[in-house]
Ligand binder design. Structure first.
Ligand SMILES: Cc1cc2nc3c(=O)[nH]c(=O)nc-3n(C[C@H](O)[C@H](O)[C@H](O)COP(=O)(O)O)c2cc1C
Length: 324
């Protein structure tokens, strides 16, 4: 069985971190459909300096969702190490260091993707965290900062030092920081990372929206593991479908309307446990688009779900449109 550090994975396909999405509710749904490992969205290291904040239910991993990783971001090695220790202490099984985030306010503060231009600090962060926690540590990078700014060198330096110092995996999103989400991801860099670091687990990310593509991205010359990101929003079935293809069996029948509706209701119920009524309904809307893609009257169903203003209205609308 494939291992990531001490974590056993029954398939090489995991849930990528997605800020604003992969809270406990989405992680639980992804896990239910077969994701063997999930991650929080990125968490600012400084949160961990406030013990009360970390103890909030929102940050705690659920008892039934292991293994689950916490992804942290910051620019100070010492604070990052403290954050990693705090998240390990409250039960996260793996720590992921974000050297990838392209958000302008993150870059302005020297965090996330900007560390590709500052590889020494990134390496220092990695080493401090590695020395501090016992659990597996991985790093997440974009392939460079811009196209011709020399940051590809920074990318390789970080990979090389991390690989030489026992990183459990290197996750690569094959887009530059400046590219954000435009254009296609470059899987050539992921293949090259595997060639350069054959003994390090490489996790590939980018444009994984259907099981056939996902399976084709795994292989001896490429990623050992792939991380599904946008492709899993409102579409947890992607994990079960991919698992079937990997096992050489046909894809399961597409979920019927009532199954879809029940998953939506379960997802919303978990969201509502963590938020006030109005916030839960608003927060759920970003998942509705994904879920409705499988509905035969996609647009109309989506409009109806978006129009709901209270949990009761939302639940009634789901029941109405999904025949429950
Ligand atoms: C809304 C959104 C939020 C994201 N949040 C994170 C995050 O918190 N941490 C991270 O490492 N990557 C984050 N990513 C990047 C994804 O994990 C992934 O690497 C990227 O979307 C490429 O995969 P895809 O093309 O299959 O979506 C985010 C992407 C999106 C679209």
């Amino acid at each position: 069985m494939l291992k990531l550090g001490n974590i056993k994975l029954d398939m090489p396909v995991i849930q990528a971190p997605l800020s604003g999405y992969t809270d406990r509710a989405m992680r639980t749904i992804s896990r239910r459909f077969g994701a063997p490992l999930t991650f929080t969205g990125v968490l600012l290291d400084k949160i961990a300096l406030h013990k009360k904040a970390v103890r909030k239910l929102l940050f705690q991993p659920g008892e039934d969702e292991h293994p689950v990783g916490a992804q942290i971001i910051g620019a100070n090695p010492d604070t990052m190490a403290k954050a990693a220790a705090a998240f390990e202490k409250i039960g996260f099984d793996i720590i992921d260091l974000n050297f990838a985030c392209p958000a302008p306010k993150v870059l302005r503060r020297g965090r996330g993707g900007s560390l590709l231009c500052n590889p020494k600090v990134a390496i220092e962060i990695y080493k401090c965290v590695r020395e501090t926690v016992k659990c597996p540590v991985l790093i997440k990078l974009r392939s460079s900062f811009g196209t011709d700014d020399g940051s590809r060198e920074g990318f390789w330096q970080i990979c090389e030092e991390a690989a030489a110092n026992g990183v459990d995996a290197i996750a690569i999103h094959g887009r530059s920081v400046k590219q954000r989400y435009r254009g296609l991801a470059d899987w050539g860099i992921i293949d090259e990372a595997k060639r350069r670091f054959p003994n390090t687990t490489i996790i590939g990310s980018g444009d994984l929206f259907d099981p056939e593509t996902i399976v084709s991205r795994l292989g001896s010359n490429s990623a050992d593991i792939v991380a599904i990101a946008r492709g899993a929003i409102g579409n947890p079935w992607i994990f079960a479908e991919t698992k079937a293809l990997l096992a050489g069996t046909p894809k399961p029948e597409p979920p019927g309307l009532t199954e879809q509706g029940q998953v939506i209701l379960d997802h919303f119920e978990m969201i509502a446990q963590m938020r006030t009524a109005i916030k839960a309904v608003r927060y759920f809307r970003k998942f509705a688009t994904g879920y409705c893609k499988r509905h035969p009257q996609r647009k109309k169903a989506q409009l109806a779900l978006m129009a709901a203003k209270t949990p009761q209205q939302l639940t009634d609308t789901v029941k109405q449109w999904y025949g429950l």
